[in-house]
Design a protein around this ligand. Sequence first.
Ligand SMILES: NC(=O)c1ccc[n+]([C@@H]2O[C@H](COP(=O)([O-])OP(=O)(O)OC[C@H]3O[C@@H](n4cnc5c(N)ncnc54)[C@H](OP(=O)(O)O)[C@@H]3O)[C@@H](O)[C@H]2O)c1
Length: 235
Amino acid sequence: MELKNTVALVTGANRGLGLAFATALLEAGVKKVYAASRNPREIAMPGLHAIQLDVTNEEEILAAARECGDVNLLINNAGIAQPSLFAAADALTAIRAQFETNFFGMLAMSRAFAPVLKANDGGTLVNMLSVLSWINISAMNGYSASKAAAWSLTNGLRNELREQGTKVIGVHAAFIDTDMTKGIAMPKTSPQEVARQVLEAIASGREEVFADEITRAVKSGLSLEHAPYLSEAGR
Ligand SMILES: NC(=O)c1ccc[n+]([C@@H]2O[C@H](COP(=O)([O-])OP(=O)(O)OC[C@H]3O[C@@H](n4cnc5c(N)ncnc54)[C@H](OP(=O)(O)O)[C@@H]3O)[C@@H](O)[C@H]2O)c1
């Protein structure tokens, strides 16, 4: 897909990786970037078209799909991460919240924008996944489950939308240097570097991005007898 002919919509574009995607797209000279946010007043960068969008709000999603009928690149970036052990007494609220945003939000956006992408020559759909789509850290089990479901959603959408010419890209990353990993002392990839790799995949038509060494090592270990998902991540 040629970036110069791109009209993009990025969810969660007010900060973190979403803002890096929006900035990188502008710098690449795309036609237009809709920067979607729960708080569009936070979108200050000149050149971005700020729109109101909570990915858990069906009405706002349908309104965005009506108002942004020229979109040929949707980046499902918005996500939340909350501590959530499966067996903890109070876990369900956090687990459900993460599924609402990370899975059902991505699903609702993809469903609403599939016809828009189709009307604009197929276009490209990018889903922000994680290395935790494949492995678990116990304290983040609810997040992992939501990102595993989002991985399955991405693979299913790729097959369903192939006929209408939509390219579906799944992006997996370990630690990215944003608010989400504040206080975690691990090597982190900059959001600008992740955005750079994703734009390269969009331009070249690659269907998956593995953004860092940890992600590439986990991915290549999935077929081993002692696959990384059989033990706690990092042990
Ligand atoms: N950081 C990492 O290490 C890492 C690694 C792998 C994958 N990811 C994924 O990368 C994506 C971006 O994460 P990040 O690191 O940039 O996190 P972040 O700094 O916490 O930013 C999250 C963004 O998502 C938005 N958001 C959350 N819930 C939303 C909703 N219901 N509707 C609309 N927007 C919503 C937030 O908006 P508000 O400002 O309104 O809260 C914010 O813009 C997420 O999908 C995350 O799971 C992150």
